[in-house]
Design a protein. Structure first.
Length: 365
């Protein structure tokens, strides 16, 4: 072997060694985002109605010259609008790039014990992804046979707790008194309540943050405020928790929110009438859809979200998923243990849900 080829061989071997220092994770896979003109998109829990009229007005009136300037690193106007809306102090609100960003930052900030963090076995799949990414030990207490969280499973020693309420993908809501019981039993760790869907008939834990300094409540603009494409999420808690979150944020990216998101977010929060109107429309359509699905042989736990997690008495979920897909009707299917015979069906407009039900009536007859 020549000296040059030996050198090349060593170089290749040395280059391959870099992989030993790479942080490897199994990534979260987001929901499918089809783009077809005739589709009915009921797979990613987006709001079927447009954002508040003020959002469009703000975006059309944006001065593009301001884009050469950095945005406000404190997101002050949006923080203030959210605080005012929920009767909080500005110092009790943290804003981030969607609730995913806020939650991931919360994992990084608050879950630093050697004890395991607790979250349900059936829930968002990115909880365990973040835990693996940040090297956080975790356990996943099993939901009961009706997909309810068993609060007693969260009374044991742990390094922190996070759960959605209502849960996803099941849509099941935990009563607020049970949420408080979990917080009360865990005074020495941070408890995060993820409330992405609470505006569709659920009861928020926000009133409890004045009572418990270890509670962080996370919400999003993606669902009830029709702004999934703008990426705005926020967390509410006591001033010390929010300061710790900001410290971490400023440590790696001071400018997480761009100017358009900040301005549009303020406009969305300020239009309370439109917010309530669209939420009520979705709730009304959801309740109508529940009745129609039950008449067709579907069963499901009561949903307090903008989706229904349903299974059919005789038709396998995987088959129905594909049949719907062929008609450009997209719902979400999870080929996972315990839930592989369920479909998660986002609530669209009344017209969309009527077409969805009409297809099911024809297919299942």
């Amino acid at each position: 072997m020549t000296e040059q080829s030996e050198s090349s061989r060593k170089g290749i071997r040395q280059m391959s060694n870099w992989e030993a220092n790479v942080r490897k994770v199994i990534p979260y896979t987001p929901g499918e985002q089809p783009n077809q003109p005739d589709m009915i998109k009921l797979n990613t829990n987006e709001n079927p109605y447009p954002p508040a009229p003020g959002v469009e007005k703000v975006l059309k009136g944006m001065d593009t010259d301001t884009m050469r300037l950095y945005p406000d690193p404190t997101a002050g106007d949006l923080v203030h609008a959210i605080a005012q809306n929920y009767h909080l102090k500005d110092e009790q609100v943290f804003v981030g790039v969607g609730s995913d960003d806020v939650l991931a930052m919360s994992f990084l900030t608050f879950f630093n014990s050697e004890k395991p963090v607790l979250f349900p076995d059936i829930t968002y799949s990115f909880y365990d992804v973040w835990a693996d990414l940040f090297r956080i030990p975790y356990e996943r207490p099993a939901l009961d046979e009706n997909f309810h969280i068993k609060k007693e499973d969260y009374f044991k020693e742990n390094g922190g707790i996070v759960f959605p309420n209502p849960n996803a993908p099941t849509g099941v809501e935990m009563p607020l008194e049970d949420v408080e019981d979990i917080i009360r039993h865990n005074p020495d760790v941070i408890v995060i309540v993820d409330e992405a869907y609470v505006d569709f008939g659920g009861q928020s834990a926000l009133p409890l943050i004045e009572k418990y300094d270890n509670l962080l409540v996370v919400q999003t603009f993606s669902k009830s405020r029709s702004m999934a494409g703008m990426r705005i999420g926020f967390a509410c808690g006591n001033e010390k928790l929010i300061k710790f979150l900001n410290d971490v944020k400023y440590s790696f990216n001071s400018y997480t929110m761009d100017r358009t998101a900040l301005a549009a977010g303020v406009a969305a929060v300020e239009d309370k009438e439109y917010f309530e109107e669209t939420c009520n429309k979705i709730i009304e359509t959801r309740e109508w859809t529940k009745k129609e699905l039950k008449a067709l042989g579907f069963s499901f736990q009561d949903s307090k979200s903008n989706f229904i997690f349903a299974t059919h008495a005789t038709c396998p979920a995987a088959e129905l998923f594909e049949a719907l897909r062929e008609q450009h009707i997209y719902v979400r299917y999870f080929p996972k243990e315990r839930i592989d015979n369920f479909l998660r069906i986002t609530i669209g407009t009344k017209e969309e849900m009527q077409k969805f039900i009409d297809f099911l009536k024809d297919y299942l007859k």
